[in-house]
Structures are given as C-alpha cells and as structure tokens.
Design a protein around this ligand. Structure first.
Ligand SMILES: *Cc1c(COP(=O)(O)O)cnc(C)c1O
Length: 369
C-alpha cells in the first residue's frame, strides 16, 4: 500500500512547548485583546520580517480587507486573477472594482508591461500578489504607482520572511499583507499581519481591528474586529523558533524536485531570482503540453495516493460569483497557466523518498508522451 501524500501538512512545534506557554494564559486569564504574547509576537515579527511597522490580525484575509480600508479608496483596483479568492474578495468587499491585469508567463506575478493600459481616471490602487513567494517587479510597480498617484498594497501571503537584496519584502509599497494560516510557511493556526512604513497606519489599522476603541470611554472610529488572540500568538512564538529550520528543509526538498524535473521538455519550473532570499513556499510545475496534460498527470498521481493541487485553478475571473462581470479570456496567460499548473506536495515532514517517487511518476507520464 502506497503512502497517501497531500499537497501540504501543517508544521507543529513540540506539543510540550506549546502547552508550557499556555500556563501564563491560565494564570492571567487574559485570552485576547493585545495581551502579552500578542505584544511579544509583534516585536519578534517586526524584527524577523525586517519592517518598520506591523499590526497583527486574526487572519490574513481580514488583514488585507482592513489594509485596503485604511487608505479610504474609491474606484478601480488593478490586480491579477491568478491568486487565491481572498485577494479579489477583499477588494470587492471594500466596495472597490477589481480590474484584472494579466500575469508574467515566467513567474506568474503581475505583468508590469500591461499595468498602464489598465489605468483609467478611476484607478486608485494596485494590489499585486507575490504568488508562490515569487517576488513581483517591485521597482517597476513603484515607478508606475508614483507616476499615476496610485497606492500599492501587496498580497504577500506567500512571501513570509523573503528579502530582496537584504530588504524585507514587507517594506515595499504602501502596505503588505502576510497570512499566518495553518497551511502557510509560517503560521499562528489562523492569523495575519499588515506591514507598512508610514506611522499613521499603525493607529488606523489598530482602530480598524478593534472597533475604533482607543480608551475606556473613547470610540473614535467605526472599526470592526480583527484582533489576534493569545493562543494564536503563543503558537506564533513557538513556531518562529523553528522557521529557519522549516525553510531549510523546504529548500532541500525543492532542490530535489528541481534535480529530477529541471530541463525536462514540456515541464516548466519557476526561475530562481538573483538577490532574493526565498522561503520555498510552493512547488508549482507547469505542464506545457508536449503530448501530456496536467490533468492526466494529476490523475496518475492520485492513483498512487498523491494529491497535488491545481493551485490556482480556476482563475478568479472565472469564478461563478464573478460570472458575467469578467472574462478569463482577457487575461490569456493567467487562463493558460491555471490550466497547466500543478502544485506538488511540499512540507517539512515530507520524506525525500516521496519526492523521488512523485517525480518518477511524473517523468513516467512524460516518457509515455
Ligand atoms: C492564504 C492566502 C490569503 C488569505 O489568508 P488567510 O490567512 O487564509 O485569511 C490571501 N491571499 C493569498 C494569495 C493566500 O494564499
């Protein structure tokens, strides 16, 4: 019987370490609302991510929704459809109109040569995605945003801990959202953060996530509830101790995948960018045809108990909830990649032999073609 291998498996710290951290919570009975662990995690993450400002949230999606809300935007937002539902939903749930720009065929981030043709007098912001941890063309995006007076809010859900020439990825643009969901490289069970440079954002984001309550008798702002609780923060503090180890293991596994799959005709892997410290968040492979199809490979893997994901398929502009409003044919590269991509299993507990086995099956399919 072959082992079942799923696309991901959450990292967990030694249970005793987490349980040990629960004791002070019981002693103080302070469960949420910016407790001791919350404050400690905030400081630690500020250091780790190498950012000037950070606010923690109950999850990444609310962090993004509230980051967008913080800028009091109106009109159209340029973004890509090759992402998780959250990116687009956060824009729409702010009463804004997403305008989809196609993606770069090499790294699947927003195609910066196509942004300007999407800009109208109603455009207020760009929401690019560091998809799979591939860094967007941050310099070009900054130039375009400056020229047209647009805000830039990055979806950095996949980019935890990454740096460009030593600079923390969360320092680019006006703000960046990180997700600490259980399936991400680093997690707080559920959780998220917004990072930023301008000081006023700390106050605005705090109000947004805590009902606008600034003192016992002062409510200054119509905010919502997006606070991270102490149990999440405790998990975050535990996990942070292991993050470098987790990323190192992910790197080993990724390198093994690359050894097997690099240079195979019809298979495309993401390029490794110079100057970028990667977190090895995902292992996407694009099956460019050449006689075999993504879906057939996925089926073959499934027959062997391996469950990769068609991540991201379908594109957001093909979702039922956006039907009639958008046409996936307007972003042909995203549409094609979404039909060809398969994200292979990658998590710290994955055994090297499993990577070998997965690659043998994939290469077998390639050879048949
Ligand atoms: C995970 C994810 C989110 C949302 O984060 P949650 O913490 O799950 O709310 C947003 N965007 C992308 C690209 C993601 O992968």
């Amino acid at each position: 019987m072959e082992k079942t291998v799923r696309v991901t498996r959450s990292f967990l710290p030694p249970m005793e370490e987490y349980v040990e951290m629960l004791k002070p919570i019981w002693d103080s009975a302070w469960l949420t609302n910016m407790g001791d662990y919350h404050e400690r995690l905030k400081e630690r993450l500020k250091e780790y991510l190498n950012v000037e400002g950070i606010e923690l949230f109950t999850n990444g999606h609310l962090a993004l929704e509230m980051a967008l809300q913080a800028f009091e935007l109106e009109g159209e937002v340029i973004t890509t459809p090759f992402t998780f539902a959250s990116t687009t939903h956060a824009i729409v749930r702010n009463g804004l109109t997403p305008v989809f720009c196609d993606i770069d065929p090499e790294d699947y981030t927003i195609d910066t040569d196509r942004i300007e043709e999407r800009i109208t007098e109603r455009t207020c912001a760009i929401v690019p995605v560091h998809v799979y941890g591939n860094i967007c063309q941050v310099d070009k995006i900054e130039k375009i945003a400056k020229k047209h007076g647009l805000k830039v809010i990055y979806d950095a859900a996949h980019a935890f801990g990454e740096t460009v020439d030593g600079r923390g990825i969360g320092t680019f643009g006006d703000a960046s959202m990180f997700s600490f969901h259980a399936t991400k490289v680093y997690h707080t069970i559920e959780g998220g953060a917004v990072t930023f440079r301008e000081k006023w954002l700390a106050d605005r984001l705090y109000k947004l996530k805590n009902f606008g309550i600034m003192g016992e008798e002062s409510v200054e702002f119509v905010g919502g509830n997006g606070k991270m609780n102490e149990f999440q923060a405790a998990m975050g503090l535990c996990n942070l101790k292991y993050t470098e180890q987790v990323i190192a293991r992910r790197k080993e596994l990724t390198e093994r995948y690359r050894e097997h799959l690099q240079g195979i005709k019809g298979l495309k892997l993401c390029p490794e960018k110079e100057g970028v410290k990667s977190n090895y968040a995902y292992m996407p492979v694009v099956f460019e045809g050449n006689g075999f199809q993504r879906d057939e490979v996925a089926e073959q893997l499934k027959n062997h108990g391996i469950y990769p994901r068609k991540y991201f398929y379908p594109c957001v502009n093909a979702y039922q909830c956006y039907q009639g409003t958008y046409d996936p044919k307007d972003t042909p590269v995203a549409d094609r990649i979404s039909r060809q991509v398969l994200t292979l299993p990658l998590y710290p507990d994955l055994e090297m032999e499993e990577v070998d086995r997965i690659c043998r099956i994939i290469l077998g399919e390639c050879r048949k073609a």
